[in-house]
Design a binder for this molecule. Structure first.
Ligand SMILES: Cc1ncc(COP(=O)(O)O)c(C=O)c1O
Length: 479
């Protein structure tokens, strides 16, 4: 649990109110006390109540009706049972998950399937028409041809935009400390290549995003699994033990809203994480791809913002919020800049220019923050609605994470039901899911599945009900 003293007052009030709503005190459709009434009743300021209401609105718990007040939107429901956490330290291991993950990626192209598998954003929540307009303008005015000689590190226009945004979340990175990459995947791979040789040991979160495992596998790197709590992220105690007892060459961590659990490493813990690594000069490859997709009222910091030694290699992309097809990401590799720059050149010289310029102009045009506010609200609601549907349609004993950002849910199946079996049976019912099996090199999470809530809709609810039936049938056959 978060230390209650560290939770801001508005959030504590919001949690109390949400608790009342969930327990049925304020049924769906009821008007909750006005801001003024709550402010007087609870003896807290007007602005604190307003902040709390906006927070609950973002989470899809209440809705504002013009001239009328705030109303309950959420059905009362059971408390979400959190997945179990086993803080077991693993042994170094080779990685081999490519076959199943490739199949999964292939499934995402099959439009006959209900798509809960890949963690792709909702296409309707991407600014596609605006990007298309910019792209056409750029192509028409022919200016981009002047950029054919663009440097290895990528478009200066885009790096300036990225540096400005990074400054906004507490990270002082100059444009010439940034390298534009083909998505976050390339950023992560370049970092691994820059600091590791084949056979080296890399500490990773357990569970972790299978793309990171594929990157380790492709480079013949070994993995050391560090248990990751479903809410608090990588166990620092286990990490400390790991670096003291194993020749760890690098650590990869998704500090904000990890994939698959949605865990968040709190700021103090980010600081401690860096202390552990800096005492041994171990680089941190920080994946912040979900950092902008927070449901609360502020963007969490990155570990990079506490880094004075250049040990953190910060990686992210625009794939989740702007365009997954443009393949544009970036890395701020700290003191490993030169190594990453050389690796980038050796791999593909530089990232495709036109998508870089399009995103640079999109960011410069000023609509990005409004766009982010809109999609954060939408994803908070979709995650909440999918979570309720799972609790309704899945059997007793199912456990789910409650992420504070991103758009995936990590679901623990009852009675250790095998996710690979469910995966096969679900495909027969034309439903694609991501089996927990591929989120650990030792397949520790075979009783979990990851579900993407990004494209939540009425039709998706029907599909979740069908998936719930598949789970129940498998359980019945097992017993
Ligand atoms: C945690 C994480 N890192 C990296 C990636 C890959 O990002 P990109 O598509 O920008 O390569 C993903 C995609 O799902 C992800 O969830």
């Amino acid at each position: 649990m978060r230390d209650a003293k560290k939770i801001p007052l508005y959030e504590r009030f919001a949690q109390d109110l949400e608790e009342q709503i969930r327990s049925g005190t304020f049924p769906v459709g009821t008007r909750i006390p006005s801001i003024r009434e709550s402010s007087i009743q609870r003896d807290i300021s007007f602005s604190t109540v307003l902040q709390a209401y906006q927070y609950l609105e973002n989470r899809g718990v209440i809705e504002a009706r013009p001239q009328s007040g705030y109303y309950v939107k959420l059905q009362p429901r059971k408390q979400v049972p959190e997945p179990e956490f086993e803080p077991l330290q693993g042994d170094p291991t080779n990685v081999s998950i490519d076959e199943v993950s490739m199949r999964l990626i292939h499934d995402t192209l099959n439009l006959d399937y209900a798509q809960f598998g890949a963690a792709l954003p909702d296409p309707n929540l991407l600014p596609t028409s605006k990007l298309n307009r910019i792209l056409a303008e750029l192509a028409r005015d022919g200016k981009f041809s002047h950029h054919l000689g663009e440097a290895v590190e990528g478009s200066e226009d885009l790096r300036i935009q990225v540096a400005q945004r990074a400054f906004g979340f507490g990270c002082d990175i100059a444009p010439d400390e940034i390298i534009i990459t083909a998505g976050c995947t390339e950023a992560l791979s370049l970092c691994l290549q820059a600091v590791c040789d084949p056979g080296d040991l890399v500490a990773i979160e357990s569970p972790t995003y299978f793309g990171i495992l594929l990157a380790l596998e492709a480079r013949h790197l070994r993995a050391l699994e560090i248990p990751s709590h479903p809410r608090k992220g990588m166990s620092l105690e286990a990490l400390r033990f790991a670096v003291e007892n194993h020749p760890v060459k690098a650590v990869v961590a998704m500090t904000n809203f990890s994939n698959p659990t949605g865990s968040l490493i709190e700021d103090d813990d980010k600081r401690e994480l860096l202390e552990i690594l800096s005492s041994r000069g171990i680089p941190l490859i920080e994946d912040d791809i979900n950092g902008e997709l927070f449901f609360g009222d502020h963007r969490p910091r990155v570990a990079k913002s506490y880094d004075n030694e250049g040990l953190v290699m910060l990686c992210t992309s625009f794939s989740k919020d702007v365009s997954s097809g443009f393949r544009i990401g970036w890395v701020a590799p700290g003191k490993y800049y030169r190594e990453v720059q050389c690796a980038k050149y050796a791999l593909n010289i530089r990232t495709s220019v036109l998508p870089q310029l399009t995103i640079a102009r999109f960011l410069d045009s000023g609509g990005y923050d409004a766009h982010l506010r809109k999609i954060r609200r939408a994803y908070a609601q979709k995650v909440m609605l999918m979570s309720q549907a799972i609790l309704t349609h899945f059997p007793e004993g199912t456990r789910i994470t409650e992420p504070g950002g991103g758009f995936v849910l990590w679901v623990q199946l009852p009675e250790k039901l095998a996710s690979m079996r469910l995966y096969q049976e679900a495909l027969k019912a034309f439903i694609a899911i991501a089996p927990g099996y591929i989120f650990s090199p030792t397949h520790k999470f075979d009783d979990f599945i990851r579900l993407n809530a990004a494209c939540w809709s009425d039709k998706a609810e029907v599909d979740i009900a069908r998936l719930g039936k598949v789970v129940k049938n498998l359980l019945a056959r097992k017993n």
